[in-house]
Design a protein around this ligand. Structure first.
Ligand SMILES: [Fe+2]
Ligand SMILES: [Fe+2]
Length: 266
């Protein structure tokens, strides 16, 4: 762990708090006996969130024939983990868009979908965990933006001009979004699996969980508007996937996530 990440974290006077509803929603999966009722109860206190969630559940993404008018009905049809993922995505939107712009929100959601699809395809992670891994993988970027927005803008320009994101951040901030995201994940008490994937999504072989970190790595690579090149040998070795299958999967991911953006207002 680079010392510089914790130094930067100390400089930020007010660390963003994880939205309360997410703290609760993430806590619930550990205790599945009471989950369904608890999730409904949480939603009952947040009408704005409930209406967004129901809008999404009724979107083309899920394609249910009947209209779903309550959270409890959504839970019955989609199951707890899918509903929980929707809640997380909707509840994080304000923080992601205010700190990282529309691009970050879009990339995060797409990466959540990609990770979930990859988990279904390979079995290296629980698909429900995978969505959260993909969705939160770049969360450290919001800290760079909070620490120094102007400098972070420069980093974004450097990346647009083809520089490696981790190199650019290390140059400008002496730390990077992977290390910062890891620290934030620990502050937010996210699972070890999640924190690990956040830390190693640009360097999966350094992880003690290389398979699932490679899943996060690949989900990220295929979730940009222009797909990034990825290490084909690594992907084959860790996930057993050929390039052609990955590119096919990317098509599905783009289609699915576009259906989500059009509902949630990308
Ligand atoms: Fe990243
Ligand atoms: Fe990313």
């Amino acid at each position: 762990m680079s010392l510089d990440a914790s130094k930067l974290l100390e400089q930020i006077k007010e660390l963003p708090a994880m939205p309360n509803v997410i703290v609760k929603a993430l806590g619930i999966i550990k205790d599945d006996t009471s989950g369904t009722k608890e999730l409904s109860d949480i939603m009952a206190y947040d009408q704005a969130l409930t209406s967004q969630v129901l809008k999404l559940v009724n979107s083309a993404y899920y394609g249910f024939a009947q209209e779903i008018t309550s959270v409890s009905k959504a839970l019955a049809l989609l199951g707890m983990t899918q509903t929980r993922n929707i809640i997380i995505a909707v509840a994080m939107k304000p923080m992601l868009t205010s700190q990282g712009g529309r691009d970050m929100w879009k990339h995060s959601l797409r990466c959540g979908v990609a990770a979930e699809c990859l988990a279904n395809m390979t079995g290296v992670a629980d698909p429900a965990d995978a969505f959260t891994i993909g969705f939160l993988h770049d969360i450290g970027k919001i800290l760079l933006n909070i620490a120094d927005t102007m400098t972070y803008q420069k980093v974004r320009t450097m990346v647009k001009n083809g520089e490696d994101v981790i190199d650019a951040e290390n140059d400008m901030f002496e730390t990077n979004h992977a290390d910062l995201g890891f620290l934030l994940a620990k502050k937010w008490k996210l699972s070890v699996l999640l924190a690990n994937c956040i830390k190693y999504h640009h360097d999966p072989l350094s992880s003690s969980m290389p398979q699932v970190s490679t899943l996060a790595y690949l989900a990220n690579k295929i979730s940009h508007d222009e797909p990034d090149l990825f290490d084909e040998d690594l992907v084959k070795e860790q996930l057993g996937l050929e390039v052609s299958r990955v590119m096919e999967l990317r098509e599905t991911v783009i289609e699915k996530s576009n259906a989500l953006f059009s509902t949630l207002g990308s």
